[in-house]
Design a protein around this ligand. Structure first.
Ligand code: 4AD
Ligand code: MG
Length: 429
């Protein structure tokens, strides 16, 4: 029976055929062990010299790493194996013999691995991280579908910027100027007026000159937008969404979390509700601890980490000063110099994973913001019109997928959380 390693448990005691690659091997004079991977999992193939013909045994012993093979064998339960099974190999067909695979079980430097990213993603750790990424995506679709959201796809090529003009990627659009999307939000606001509750999931681009463990040039964002939902109601959706994602990974990715050595008891505590503190309070806390920060300044990574350390769940920092936030955020009616907004800061120093806010719904105030921020009435006319035809209170947020993967998988740097990272100095492979 032809199958894949993930389904091998359905064939206990039976003979199966699997296509895979040799991840590793070891052998003695009498027995050879092949670490097989087929992309869906890992299994150990056991070849006993006395039970197979001599040629098969020699082939197995000499197969270079990453050679591609078809293997046939009998599935046997094995408690010591992470998958719970091993394969008693009876035949081995070499599809392609690999030579000098560059990523060996020894340690390699980061730049070397990044140059070989197209191969590195085959390795156990990278494989586990990207499977967790996949589960987060699945859990995202599941959550928003259950909550009645419609997925709407905003454009990637845009004629205007959503998050300020300093880090825009510029390109020509025939005779016009165009930019790669920094965020689909503005279009998602239009979509929310059409469909009530919507979300997007797509690539976003920021020409940021930041070389930190949290910054990518191209990253993927999940952006829900909700009509008739205020700032506080949005926070409730956010904490429920993040809880669902974490609990889904815990449930579905036990093997991957184990392969990464992730402390899962920390993740088990991630249950809504999450703590909330105001920006004012956060500044006060930081000042008390001797951080150099004054009211009105934005937080840097060390500030976020210091705040996150006080909690064992993600923490919302709310009501930032208007002047350090985007033009579209609604001012707090009780305090006009702060916004109805929140950033969600992950525990363990992984930084901001969500930025969100209630949006300005008043036409005159939005017009005033256009003037203050030098936004072209021409390029943003459509966005203004959303405040002209049945404007309602609405809120939304953006969750950065790679930072969320880094946090849940317990990975130091976001470059390992996306298959082919785009970084300040890297466009290859
Ligand atoms: O806080 P940001 O800039 O918010 C927005 O773009 C809003 N328009 C979203 C919305 O309300 N619809 O970005 C949102 C999230 C951040 O919290 C972070 O997780 C991630 O996107 N992010 C990055 N991730 C990796 N590399 C970068 N350069 C990132 N910049 C932002
Ligand atoms: Mg932000």
């Amino acid at each position: 029976m032809k199958t894949t390693i993930q389904h091998i448990g359905n064939y206990k005691g039976e003979k199966v055929r699997i296509g895979g690659w040799i991840a590793n091997k070891r052998s003695s004079g009498k027995i050879a062990f092949l670490q097989l991977r087929d992309g869906t999992g890992y299994i150990q193939g056991v070849i006993v010299k006395s039970e197979v013909d001599e040629k098969l045994f020699q082939t197995a012993k000499n197969l270079p790493q990453e050679s591609a093979v078809y293997v046939e064998g009998t599935v046997q339960e094995d408690e010591r194996s992470p998958s719970g099974y091993e394969l008693q190999v009876s035949s081995l067909e070499v599809i392609h013999e690999s030579t000098d695979y560059p990523i060996t079980p020894k340690e390699h430097g980061t730049e070397f691995l990044m140059d070989h990213r197209h191969l590195w993603i085959r390795s156990k750790k990278q494989h586990a991280i990207l499977r967790i990424r996949n589960e987060i995506i699945n859990a995202t679709y599941e959550f928003f579908r259950k909550e009645g959201f419609i997925k709407v796809d905003p454009p990637i090529l845009t004629g205007s910027s959503a998050e300020g003009t300093t880090n825009l990627f510029h390109t020509k659009y025939f005779d016009e100027d165009a930019y790669l999307s920094q965020s689909g939000q503005l279009y998602m606001e239009a979509a929310a007026m059409a469909f009530n509750r919507v979300f997007s999931f797509g690539p976003t681009f920021r020409a940021e000159k930041s070389k930190t463990r949290r910054h990518l040039i191209e990253f993927w964002m999940i952006e829900p937008e909700m009509a008739f939902v205020d700032h506080n109601e949005s926070l409730v959706i956010q904490e429920q969404y993040v809880t669902h994602v974490v609990q889904s990974v815990l449930e579905k990715c036990q093997l991957e979390l184990k392969a990464l050595g992730r402390n899962t008891s920390i993740l088990e505590k991630i249950q809504a509700p999450f703590p909330r503190i105001t920006y004012d309070k956060a500044v006060e806390m930081l000042q008390k601890e001797g951080h150099e920060i004054t009211w009105g300044e934005d937080f840097g990574a060390p500030h976020e980490t210091a705040i996150a350390e006080k909690f064992d769940k993600p923490v919302f920092i709310t009501h930032y000063p208007l002047e350090i936030k985007a033009f579209y955020m609604k001012p707090d009616p009780d305090r006009e110099n702060v916004a109805l907004c929140a950033d969600l800061i992950a525990p363990e120093g992984y930084g901001e994973i969500i930025g969100g806010s209630q949006r300005i719904d008043d036409l005159e105030l939005m017009k005033q913001r256009y003037k203050e921020h030098n936004l072209s009435e021409e390029a943003y006319r459509w966005y203004l019109e959303l405040r002209q035809y049945g404007s309602v209170p609405h809120s939304g947020f953006g969750l950065g997928l790679e930072r969320t993967v880094a946090w849940i998988a317990g990975v130091e740097h976001v470059r390992e959380t996306i298959p082919f990272p785009r970084l300040l100095n890297r466009l290859y492979p």
